[in-house]
Design a protein around this ligand. Sequence first.
Ligand code: ADP
Length: 541
Amino acid sequence: MAVGMQDFPLTVGKILDHAAKYHTKRKIISRSIEGPITKTNWGEVQVQAKKVSQALISLGIRTGDVIGVMAWNTSRHLEVWYGVPGAGAVNHTLNPRLFADQLVYIINHAEDRFLIIDFDLIPIIEGIWDRLTTVEKVIVMTNRAHMPQSSIPDLICYEELLEPFDGNFDWVELEETSPCGICYTSGTTGDPKGVIYTHRSNTLHALAASAPDMLGLSSNDVAMPVVPLFHANGWSIAYSAPLVGSGLVMPGRDMTPAALFEMLDYGVTFTAAVPTIWMLMLQHLQANDLHLPALERVLIGGSSCPRAVIETFQNDYGVQVLHAWGMTEMSPLGTICTFKPEITALDAVGRLDAQGTTGHPPYSIDLRITDDTDQELPWDGQTQGKLWAKGVGVLQRYLKHDEDAVDKDGWFDTGDVATIDENGYIRITDRSKDVIKSGGEWISSISLENAAIAHPEVAEAAAIGIAHPKWDERPILVIVAMPNKTPDANDILDLVGKSFAKWQVPDDVVFLDELPHTATGKISKLELRKILITQNYKLPE
Ligand code: ADP
């Protein structure tokens, strides 16, 4: 039979073209790195992005070249987000919070030819410049007035670079399976690993993520990605928003609650970030008696979201929490907790319980849990197993690896441990390497932490397993207290004991002034274990 439908390669430039044509004037408000708030729209972003493509090509960038981008969430970053792949190049997002050695590793490993960076981040690049083996040019995203003195030779000023171009340009023609972006995993064990997103995977992932049961974005929304674009593909928001014509508010560098609150005031209806940001925001709202009149939905993921955060947002501020799970290797969306009719039918407590899970996947992602012998486990909401994923936005092979990262049937081992219930809702109970095994049974460190954090004087909690001669491992809790509070260890254990069997309750509570975190803001249990070793920690007899 003759082909009946058009070939319409799914390249990301088309997403911006759609927004520019059909949602031209939808506003994009941004806190610039220079300070002032700037205003633009999808029409203007498209012109600027095309100028970026023209400028990069004029500097010698060719299809498939990799460009490292280290920038905060601003409208200029959006221009680059589309301008780099529009020139046929690959956008390698760089997290400025990575250790210098990791940055050097990933820039050299991905063979970045150019770097495009915000001007306040120049010192980071200066510090590693001598060790970068492939970078030819550094473009600084500012105007001439803000160009700093630097030891890096021949810095290029972004605004001056774009000046001669008119934006009259057709995106470079590409196969939809061409690389579009690279994001490295944080590499808590071993070297970071590069995940290569294609134009097709980013487009289909953005479509799936925008669906009503997922982010539920529309042209009536104003979305504010607090999650940086350099963290796990920016959680798709820089693709999903133009795809449906949402406005955007880009908060820039300042992540303090006061600064974010100011940006929320630009009519933001949807926002997204890791739990820590929202815990601080809720404290700020409460302390200053503030409200969130426009905000409708907040996407929280990256780590497990404490129940109290969900409850407070919903009950006190009328904001629906979307608890999400994902990972860099999944573009990053895995599941989002929105209510199926079975959940809507529950009472308030039942619905809140459901929100402790991270919900269900969109079409295009398939999930399963297995035991150690790779036998599929039941969906009973109780049985914990290794969580595997398959789908259009899921990793096949890391950059420059010789072998695929999936099993013979195409399943990718997420490294997470989860339960799945009869409605298909996934509860992440651990990372495989953090599972606490006591007397042959698994105890979920995430559930212990969530129980401890419900104590009003506990700011942060980490549960880890400590080697035990009889039980293999026993759990302990490491706690950071709220400022000026000294919670009682037994009170915390009593609270945990309300939702755990006696043998699951931790043997000890250790108090620290702070917990070590990774570059993406997660508690680093690897570092935490090292700290306990240096303190010569021993389980109580
Ligand atoms: P990084 O380790 O660089 O931060 P990712 O952002 O890709 O990388 O982290 C993905 C991991 O974060 C997941 O594999 C999972 O362990 C954890 N995670 C993400 N969302 C949640 C969630 N809602 N609850 C529990 N863990 C989560």
